[in-house]
Design a protein around this ligand. Structure first.
Ligand code: AMP
Ligand code: MG
Length: 488
């Protein structure tokens, strides 16, 4: 959708800053299709000028004229504290194709770069590319990644690295931070324009309702509640759930120091800069709820257009209370399906929670445990269950398996049918940190083959892909803690 808001207080014209000697690092033909980009036999755009466009060196290609590149203003709460104005410090919106926005991340300084260099490094761009496409393949709403284009230009982080530009696509990159921005400036006209834009383009069901802005809030909140339940169900930790990184469309956006759980550790922290564990795995739902409270408070003036101040607060407060209910329902359903339970029965939640506690206590691999669980049969004997060996407290887990098998016996599906359903929700392959790291280290030596291999595997995360089985293995002990920092 075109970002139609205009004005110096909303966005700034921002031509990308060129980089020397661009080269392809990664490219997604599936995303290219979404914007009707013609692909050659080598899997890259037929028109070589796309390399220059996606690296930020030129604005025209074929019939496309990206004549109005912009960066947008937003504000936000970072690590629980009001941070004031932030904005697209290194993201440039080139324009839109087929109602999808095309952004370049790392294409140089913008009006909102503050102390930053406006660049992204090869490492973080590969991570964003691979994870966006992996999340999409897992069925989780996300911005998509079209390409990574590299250059040898040096970029200073903790060490010297090289620059890259990741191009990404989404129906809109509007964030909670955009609302907070105009609310903090008490600019009700802009706030209303933003809400109206979202309603007309993405939440048309709110138009005809009595309280469109209240309903818009409810819908955004519901989408994000569902999103975080999906994250929990695949062991995804976002890493920086600041309100400026939360999408108004309920998409996963702004991949930084994210991580997938290897072994299940309920309080796992993937971001090494997150000293207090604010964004730990088990806190994500509560933090997303907190972000929705930020949105509610930013949207308050919109409700006050129709209601008294007190009424508006009451309406938003009770709308906010729906979040944990929607989240719990989605989470429970997601984990029921992970266990192969099609029906809902009393005791299911306790069964799920007992399992997660046991997995946490024994540091059991999250992805592989659920994947392998589909091999169990309704008539399996405890002694035949190899997965018992992964748990330290044998007596405890035996009781759990006995209760689980008992529960499976009340399901109507056959073992084979249940296995199919379970394998369609429990991925075999996820973007484990050590795999991403190995691909990055090769790419830093100009070998992009491993990025491509991972990209292909992760585009079919539920398929067995037997020849690639080793990519499903947990990291060796010495690679269990690959450091990922905010500095990207
Ligand atoms: P993040 O936590 O990556 O979402 O970034 C928070 C804010 O810092 C956003 O406004 C980003 O645009 C900005 N930012 C992050 N890295 C850079 C950079 N290298 N140059 C300019 N701005 C940046
Ligand atoms: Mg961000």
């Amino acid at each position: 959708m075109p970002f139609t808001l205009r004005g110096d207080d909303v966005c700034q014209a921002t031509p990308p800053t060129p980089l020397p000697n661009l080269y392809w690092v990664a490219f997604s033909p599936a995303v290219a299709k979404l914007i009707d980009l013609e692909i050659g036999n080598d899997g890259l755009p037929k028109d070589p000028e796309w390399l220059e466009v996606l690296g930020g060196n030129q604005l025209n290609v074929g019939a496309h004229r990206f004549s109005n590149p912009i960066s947008t203003a937003y504000s936000g709460h970072q690590f629980g504290t009001w941070a004031g104005q932030l904005g697209d410090g290194r993201a440039i919106l080139l324009g839109d194709i087929n109602h999808l926005e095309l952004q370049l991340k790392g294409a140089g300084r913008t009006h909102y770069s503050r102390m930053g260099d406006g660049r992204a490094v090869l490492r973080s761009s590969i991570r964003e590319f691979l994870c966006s496409e992996a999340m999409h393949a897992l069925g989780i709403p996300t911005s998509r990644a079209l390409s990574v284009v590299g250059s040898k230009q040096a970029v200073r982080r903790e060490t010297m690295e090289t620059a890259a530009v990741c191009s990404r696509i989404a129906p809109s990159f509007i964030r909670i931070g955009h609302f907070e921005h105009f609310a903090s400036l008490q600019n009700i006209v802009r706030l209303k324009e933003l809400a109206d834009l979202l309603i007309s383009e993405f939440y048309p069901e709110c138009v005809s309702t009595q309280d469109p802005y209240l309903n818009l809030f409810k819908e955004i909140s519901a989408r994000n509640a569902k999103l975080v339940a999906q994250w929990q169900s695949v062991g995804f930790c976002h890493g920086v759930l600041n309100s400026d990184n939360i999408s108004a469309l309920g998409l996963t956006i702004d991949y930084g120091p994210f991580g997938f759980l290897d072994h299940f550790e309920i309080d796992h922290i993937c971001n090494h800069s997150d000293h207090g564990g604010r964004y730990a795995y088990h806190r994500q739902p509560q933090i997303m709820h907190w972000n929705m409270a930020c949105l509610a408070s930013a949207m308050l003036p919109l409700l006050e257009l129709e209601h008294s101040a007190e009424e508006s607060q009451d309406l938003l407060r009770s709308a906010l209370e729906e979040f944990p209910l929607i989240y719990a329902k989605e989470w429970q359903q997601a984990f029921r399906l992970k266990l192969g339970l099609q029906s809902e029965q009393d005791g299911d939640i306790e069964l799920i929670e007992r399992l997660l506690q046991a997995m946490h206590d024994s540091k059991v691999d999250f992805t592989n445990f659920f994947r392998n669980l589909s091999n169990l049969k309704k008539e399996s004997k405890l002694t035949e269950i190899l997965q018992r060996d992964e748990f330290v407290d044998r007596e405890h887990i035996d009781q759990w398996f006995a209760d689980y098998i008992n529960r499976l016996q009340s399901e109507t599906k056959s073992d084979d049918d249940r296995k199919k359903l379970m394998d369609a929700v429990n991925p075999k392959y996820i973007l484990r940190n050590h795999l991403a790291q190995a691909a990055i280290e090769k790419a830093q030596q100009d070998d992009f083959s491993e990025v491509d291999v991972l990209f292909r595997i992760l585009s079919k995360p539920f398929d067995e892909q037997l020849a690639l089985h080793h990519y499903s293995k947990p990291p060796p002990l010495d690679l269990q803690r690959v450091a990922v920092s905010c500095s990207s």
